[in-house]
Write a protein that binds this ligand. Sequence first.
Ligand code: HEM
Length: 635
Amino acid sequence: MWRGGVFFGLVCLIFRAHGQLSVSLGTSYDTDDGTHIMSLTMCFAQLSGMNDNYTLREVKPVRLEPVSKRRYTSVAASPCPNSGRLFRTADGFCNNILRPSWGQSLERFKRYVKADYSDGKGAPRIYSRSKLCRKEPWLRPRRCLLPSARTVSINVHPPKKVTAEHSVMLMQWAQFVNNDLTATAIQQPEEGVSPCCKNTKKIHRRNQGCFPIPIDPADRFFKTECLNFVRSRAISTRITRTNPREQQNLLSSYLDASNVYGSDQDTQDRLRGDNGRMRTSARNLLPKGRDGDCIRKNAPFCFDAGDDRVHVFPGLTALHTAFVRYHNYIVDDLKQHNTGWDGDRLFQETRKIISAILQRITYTEFLPEVLSDATMNKYKLKEGNNNYQYNISVNPSIAGGFATAAFRFGHTYIPILMVIDDKEVPSRELFNNPQFIFTSLKSVVENTLSDPAQLRDRSLSEEITDHLFETAMGSFDLVAFNIQRGRDHGLPSYNTFRKFCNLPEATEFNSEQFDQTAQKALEKTYRSVDDIDLFPGVMAEQNEKGSILGPLFNCILGQQFSDLKLGDSFWYETTDSRRGFTRDQLKAIKQVSLSQILCQVFDLNRIQKNPFRHKDKKVRCKKLTGLDLRPWYEH
Ligand code: HEM
C-alpha cells in the first residue's frame, strides 16, 4: 500500500453568499464573505477519503465578528427573558443574561494565556527561542525553526503497548463530553483548491490556510514530503497585533447535551420526532443521516446525531444511541402521567433532565477518575449540598489551551484494538465505521466496558500516529496534528502555561516534573526548554498524586471545568426555580448512574458499578437504582 500523508487540496469548505444572520430574540449579526464551516475531525476524515462523497450540510452563515464584547449593564436592558419557566436555547444564547453570547455556538475560544504568534498577529508559532542559530555576530541573525510536529510525535510519543486499569469506556466518555464542548471550525482557504504540501518551506512561513507538517526522509512510516494540514478558521479577517487571530467554536460550550440535540435550532428540529421524542431508525438505532458522513462499505447507512463526529469510534456511537434511547424512555413515561403536556414541553423537560444527568456523570463519576482530590476541591468541582452559586461574571467559553492541548489527553487512551463478537479488530478499522453498530451493538457496549484502555502516559498507539483515518489514499498522525494545531492557534509554550498555573517553569530538560526517559526524549527533540509545545509538555509530566495526569493538566482541566460549572445558569444544582429542579427532582437525578443507564438502554444483565474500571466487580443490573420520574408527575 502507498504509505504517505494524504496529499491534496483544501476541499473542506464551500462558499456561500454574504448576508445577515438572524438568531433567536430578534438579534441579527453581520455575516462573513460566506464560508461553510465544519469540524477539524470531519475535515480530515474527508481529506483522507474516509468519508466518501462528503457533502456539507446547509448551515447558517457564520458571524463575522464575535459579539462576546456585547454586554448589558442591567437585566432590564438585556434582550434575554428571565421570567416564567426557562429552558436552554439550542445554541447557548442568553444562558448569561448580561453577556448573552458567552458560551454560544460559533463564538470565539477564550484564552487563559495571551497568544504567541510568530508575527505577533496570526502566523503560526514556528520559531525556537534558542539563540544557537545566531551564527557569527557580524552576520544577520537567523532564527531556528521549531522541530517538525511529526518529529516531536516520533521522539516524545513513541508507541508502547501498556494497558490501563481504566476501561475503554473512560476514553469514550471523555470523547462524548468533548464533543459536547468543542469543535474548532476550519478556516476558509485563501486560494481555491491548491495542495497544502506543494512547497513546504514557503507555505510554512506564510499566514494562509495551509500549514503542512514536514516529514523527515527517514520517517518510520510516511514516505511523502509532508502531511496535509489545513489551518483553523480565523474568526476575524481584521487581524492586528492588538486584535490577533482567534479561533471559533462550532458548539455551545456549555455541558448541555448539545452532542445529543445539536448546537443550533435547525439541528435540534431535524433530530426531533413527534410528541417530544427523538427520531430513531429500525431497531431503535440513531436516525438515518447523510450517505457521505461515514464509511458505508458494510453499513446500510450513516447516522444523524447532535454532533457530526458520531461515527469516529463505535463506543462513541453507542453512547449517542444510549442517550437518544434514554430521552425517549423518559418522554414516554412523562407523557403517560402528564397528559396535559404538549410535545414541546415533553421535549424540553426531558432535554433538561438529560443535560443534568450528563453534567452529573461527568463531575461525579468521570472527573474523579482523572483529576486529583486536591484539584476537585480547589476548583470546587465536587457535588454540593444545596449550595451551588452561579457566578454571572464567569465566562464559560472553552479555552484554546483546553481544546487544543489539555483535553486531548484522551488520545493516549485510544486502544490498539477492540474485541467485538470475540474477534480482535484493530482500531484503524473502526474509525468512522458504523458497521458494528448494526451487527453487534451489544458486543460493542460490553467490550467498551470490559476492554482496557491504553495507559495514560506520553506514548500513543501507532493506530493514531501512523494509521489515523487510513484509506488507500494515505493516513494521518493525530499527535502531530495536536502539536501543529497548537502552533496554528498561537498557543504559547508549555513553560508559559506553567507560569499561568503558578507552577515552577522548567529551566532544564532534566527538570523534576519529567521522568528520566521523558527528559531525554525532550532534549533530543527541542533546542530549548522554552520551545516545548503544550501538548508534549503536559503529556510528559509525571502524574500528580491521586491523578492519572500531571499538575499542569490538573490546573488547565480544573480551571475549565470550574468555568463550565460556575458560569452555567442552568447548572443542574442551581437553586433558581425558573431554571433548575425541585428538591425532589434533584434527589431523583442524584440516584442515577452511567452504569444504570447503560443497563437499561442496552438490556444488559450485569455491569461494573464503576463503568470506567474494567476490573471492577460486576453487579446485577437490577440492583442499580434508576430514575424515579414521580417528582415530575403533575397529579
Ligand atoms: C477514536 C478516538 C479518537 C479519534 C480518532 C480522534 C480524532 C481527532 C481528530 C482527527 C481531531 C482533530 C485534530 C486536529 O486537526 O487538530 C481531534 C480533535 C480533538 N480530540 Fe480527538 N479523537 C479521538 C478521541 C478523543 C478523546 C477520547 C478525547 C478526550 C477527551 C479527544 C479530545 C479531542 C479534542 C479536545 C479535540 C479538539 C476538538 C476541537 O476543538 O475541534 N479525542 N480528535
